[in-house]
Design a protein around this ligand. Structure first.
Ligand code: SF4
Length: 303
């Protein structure tokens, strides 16, 4: 049997990441010589961050760290609490919100719920992730209540009564199947729970997970490339680990090379994917590493 390395498609940049990167490149051209500050990483990939730093963009976690009111402020693809956007627009020369439209969908859902006086929200997501942190802060800023459920065991801590109308929103980059399970569990306790007709888990996340699941049994080794802060990348890795597969996770080929060769080449069928913020070159470098060791490269598409 010949040795094959499979590139799983889709992987690498999603629509929202491409859009944010293109927009920031345009802003850099439009503001030559001006100070540009991005609040948090534009997308969760250190290589992308370094490339923008080389173009003169500074990255800070806290907008208050930007003292120069003539600065250009960039808000990341992960979304920003609207309170901070309003304050930034009043203070700085220009503010560009490069949030992904799929994250905007969640802010729109929050606004629409609160307009209808529905203020009891369950948020399935991670409070310490940039997207979740900002959505949660915004719900509270608007006077809504939010119970955060990252895991099944958090459901018992929801403070609403089972008679109340509650709405369930979710982070865009979670495991799609897990969110469905969480929603089913919440509904079993809260029969009046409702959720958006279209899942909050975005299409890019869903497709990257689905192609992995479709080919789960075809491989013995799985490699995922992406930023350590990238939640959708972590979710891809978790799928394989939870299914007992030999799995390697790195931000680039250099990280993968830290694993023993005996493990990397232990199997003849290897699958490689990357998160929605992983540059394609970083995935190709790992594929090329395997082809240089006698593996034939093939692509496996989502069916
Ligand atoms: S992973 Fe989804 S939510 Fe995040 S930037 Fe890409 S399309 Fe948008």
């Amino acid at each position: 049997m010949s040795k094959v390395v499979y590139y799983l498609s889709p992987s690498s940049f999603c629509f929202g990441v491409k859009r944010s990167i293109d927009q920031l490149n345009t802003i850099i051209i439009q503001h030559p010589g001006e100070k540009i500050f991005c609040i948090h990483a534009l997308v969760h990939n250190p290589k992308v961050t370094k490339e923008f730093e080389a173009k003169g963009v500074s990255f800070v976690e806290d907008i208050d760290a930007v003292e120069d009111t003539h600065a250009i402020i960039i808000l990341s693809a992960h979304g920003t609490n609207r309170k901070m956007i309003d304050e930034a627009q009043a203070k700085y020369k220009a503010v560009y919100n490069l949030e992904c439209p799929f994250v905007t969908k969640i802010y729109t859902e929050v606004d629409n719920l609160l307009k209808k006086w529905i203020s009891k929200i369950v948020y399935i997501g991670k409070e310490n992730h940039q997207e979740g942190k900002n959505v949660i802060a915004y719900i509270r800023y608007r006077g809504g209540e939010v119970s955060i459920c990252e895991k099944q065991e958090d459901i018992k801590n929801i403070l609403y009564t089972t008679e109340e109308e509650i709405w369930v929103l979710a982070q865009t980059t979670l495991n799609f199947a897990y969110v469905q399970e969480m929603i089913a569990s919440i509904k079993s306790t809260y029969p009046h729970a409702q959720m958006p007709a279209l899942s909050d888990v975005c299409r890019a996340t869903y497709e990257r997970q689905t192609v992995v699941l479709q080919h789960l049994n075809a491989f013995d080794t799985f490699i995922v490339i992406g930023g350590k802060e990238s939640n959708n990348t972590k979710e891809l890795y978790t799928i394989w680990v939870q299914n007992g597969k030999q799995s390697f996770y790195g931000e680039s080929l250099e990280d993968i090379l830290q694993y023993p060769e005996a493990e990397l080449f232990a199997h003849e069928r290897v699958a490689i994917t990357g998160g929605a913020s992983t540059p394609i070159e970083d995935i190709k470098a790992v594929v090329a590493y395997y082809t240089s060791h006698g593996y034939e490269a093939k692509i496996l598409e989502l069916s």
